[in-house]
Design a protein around this ligand. Sequence first.
Ligand code: FCB
Length: 446
Amino acid sequence: MFNKDFIFGVSTASYQIEGSIDADGKCASIWDEYTKVEGNIDDNSDGSVVCDSYIKYKDDVKLLKELKVNSYRFSIAWTRVITENNKPNKKGLAYYKKLAKALVKAGIKPLVTLYHWDMPQWLEEKGGFLNDKISDYFAYYTDVVTKSLDGLVTDYITINEPQCIMFLGHKVCVHAPGVEYNDKDMLHAIHNLLLCHGKAVKVIRENVKNSTIGFAPCSRPSVPTDDSVEAYHKCYDKYFELDRDGEYPNNVSIYSDPIFLGDYPKEYYEKFKDILPNITKEDLKLISQPLDYIYQNFYSGTYYSYNNKELKKEKFPFGYPEGNIGWLQVVPKALYYGPKFLYERYRKPIIISENGFCNNDVVSLDNKVHDPERIDYIRRYLLELERVSKEVPVKGYYYWSLFDNFEWHNGLKKRFGLVYINYQTGERIKKDSFYVFKRIIKTKKI
Ligand code: FCB
């Protein structure tokens, strides 16, 4: 059983749910541009309608109220609230103010993500994360948002999943903007991204009384196949390895070490000694200002066996349970080992900012959506979270997502929601998992 203060919430992100992509002076984001190119998105869909939340936000709040979540995590579209001349856009700001007001009135705490991947296209054209002024633009945007939401929002996440921004957007290029960086540019961009985080933290602390702040990376914990102490330590090392699987922009420590420990890992300076960006002491101080939480998005994990002093990555056997997306094998222990490893290294309370399951959900003959696999996933993962919460401070869990939505380059085919969306009619149907999650929130029992 979770304690009575445990936060249960659900998460969404602006581009994935809002629609109305050019309403009220909104300018284009990199996702608006990226989705225009035939073939970039599996089913050639885009964010122009999806859940229509820009228009139906009151219905969203009704659903949240019925679910009785303690908190709702949503993101702000930079492109709605700041114009191409870098000025505030009142109409865009009014939307988020209305939403936050409605949430507060319903007794639901807003948790605002400032950057969930929808960079203004005009800023991308100025170099995006390679522009050394990007952190000043981000600080200004943060200043405008926090002032506008003053008195309504105290809880902020600066940046969602830097790994996906850099690795998917700039290495394998399956996400917007799809611009490949060489290693030197990658390190430079990562440093600028961390500066965006740092400057935003400073602004939030200055503008918002009683603020709580975190950032929300993702990770795929290394899960030992046995309980030995040696296996635990080897998996811990693997989890934080700088160049795990040869994919350093997709790792944990390149982002979280500077933020929580005040510097990049030692191996970073060794490996990249010839192509380091300009890193000053002041930068590191700014980047590592104290945060309240480690947020973390966990969906799956990788099993490792440890025999004869050798750590070996294990393949998933044929028929292993998984969602209908390539990376989503059901590994509930990710919610045990992930928080344990993070706490051991960074010593901060942890909040799971995303966890969820996607499937080919359908409306059955009885007009309901039965999703036993999702229910099973949630319950198995929460059991592990409950187990670890007796050992390390875990303060909350946000299910991804409230409704089915635009799943980036996979388009509309991957359904993660507790609420089904009929993309032809806009109808919203609560799935069986909606009721189970509601029951879990109410009783705090899994
Ligand atoms: C995460 C993203 C989120 C959503 C889920 C399924 O990587 O943060 O927007 O797409 O995956």
